[in-house]
Design a protein around this ligand. Structure first.
Ligand code: HEM
Length: 405
């Protein structure tokens, strides 16, 4: 009887308390943070009982806890790693033995870490940037100094008022396609390499991020225009850039830069031939390493090159020993990136000098690549043998003459 009475009282109490508890929970939302300091942040007995009572328990404190104590790494409760320790997992990742579940099974999918990466990163962030900046800055300084000492190279004689056609439209198109694409590639390449140290401190991450994305897009796509233009100028101008006897005389006289009068030259003088071959050789090398970077799995370059160099005995000769010929795709890309940048730095420095001499450095030069027509006196002073050739051709076949005449 007493038991029945107590049960009835309890039931009435529960019925009275339950809605009150629910409404209290609803009224309290959002729930106050629960003090779990007694369990070190783990769930409490009350959490467990609440779940058993079927109540909704906010479990973010467990879901977002990876088991690591930020102040004491690797100490404390077992986290999401279960019984595996961090060092074991990192070791497996580092030596490609981790069980990586990925649907994208590309080549080298299991290589998530690679020792050479650190060496490459440090070189890229250190000496590459530093010496690259010295090279470009030093070249600009030398050119400024040259300008101060020598001044503009003027046309010495009387201008004739007559012009000679120096470059046809297709030649000028090829040149400007090459120049335009090269300048864009140089600017975006330098932005990629120096952005973190030069742009982020000035404009911040938010501003640099879209610049970096745009830079990469421009760099990858404009490269095709550069390669096309490179082939164009090679085909059009290689004949005029083959070395001949006049070059020795021109070089011995230093192009007449510091003396009165310039040594005789054909269409291109020895200095221009050096520029032409630099553009071809460095441009081809930059293009090849760039293609290797765009298609690392299809066009690896370095293992093959190292094999050939080893066979020739060159690395052994300079004390480097045999070069490693088994390279992961990542290593291929690291070498390709360094080669690409170093070759580009050298070519940019050479092109600085070319732009200087083709614009403010020499009176009358830029006309050749703008209108295509140059002052005859300029042509006589810089390319006397070429003028003779042109004039000889003109006398053989006068302008407007047809074969029937
Ligand atoms: C925007 C700046 C540039 C200017 C003002 C400029 C100007 C010139 C001029 C005036 C010539 C003809 C010289 C002559 O009549 O003999 C020339 C030729 C040439 N340019 Fe440029 N150029 C520029 C950029 C470039 C770039 C970026 C490249 C290559 C990446 C390049 C490659 C060449 C080559 C290979 C020749 C023929 C060889 C020579 O004359 O040195 N140019 N340029």
């Amino acid at each position: 009887m007493l038991r029945r009475f107590l049960t009835l009282i309890l039931t009435i109490q529960l019925l009275a308390v339950a809605p009150a508890a629910v409404s209290a929970q609803e009224a309290d939302a959002p729930a106050q943070p629960v003090d779990r300091s007694a369990t070190g942040g783990a769930q409490t007995l009350e959490d467990i009982l609440a779940r058993q009572r079927g109540e909704v328990v906010d479990d973010t404190f467990r879901r977002e806890d990876d088991g690591r104590d930020a102040t004491m790494p690797n100490v404390g409760a077992l986290g999401t790693l279960g019984g595996a320790s961090d060092p074991e997992l990192w070791r497996a990742l580092r030596y490609d033995s981790a069980n990586i579940s990925s649907t994208a099974r590309g080549p080298a999918a299991t290589t998530l870490m690679q020792d050479g990466g650190m060496w490459w990163l440090e070189f890229r962030q250190g000496p590459l940037r530093e010496y690259g900046a010295y090279l470009l800055g030093g070249t600009l300084l030398l050119l400024a100094l040259f300008y101060l000492i020598r001044g503009r190279i003027r046309i010495d004689g009387e201008k004739t008022g007559r012009t000679i056609t120096r470059f046809q439209a297709v030649e000028r198109f090829g040149h400007w396609l090459l120049a335009g694409s090269f300048l864009l590639l140089a600017a975006t390449g330098l932005l990629t390499l120096f952005g973190r140290v030069a742009i982020i401190p000035l404009l911040g991450h938010e501003a640099f991020a879209p610049m970096a994305v745009a830079s990469k897009w421009v760099h990858n796509n404009v490269s095709w225009a550069f390669m096309v233009a490179l082939v164009m100028i090679f085909v059009m101008w290689v004949v005029h850039n083959l070395p001949d006897r006049t070059d020795i005389n021109w070089l011995l006289k230093g192009g007449g830069i510091f003396t009165k009068g310039h040594p005789p030259a054909k269409k291109f003088n020895a200095g221009q031939k050096l520029i032409f071959w630099s553009v071809i050789v460095f441009g081809a090398s930059i293009s090849a390493s760039g293609l290797s970077l765009l298609f690392p799995f299809e066009l690896p370059m370095f293992a093959l090159t190292f094999e050939k160099l080893n066979a020739l005995g060159l690395p052994q000769l300079v004390g480097l020993g045999e070069l490693n010929t088994v390279l992961a795709p990542h290593e291929e890309m690291q070498y390709a990136q360094l080669w690409h940048s170093i070759m580009s730095f050298v070519l940019i420095a050479i092109i600085f000098a070319h732009i200087y001499i083709g614009s403010i450095g020499m009176e009358g030069a830029s006309d050749a690549m703008t209108s295509g027509e140059v002052e005859e006196q300029w042509a006589r002073e810089h390319h006397s043998l070429w003028v003779d050739e042109v004039k000889a051709k003109e006398t053989q076949a006068p302008k407007g003459a047809t074969p029937a005449e």
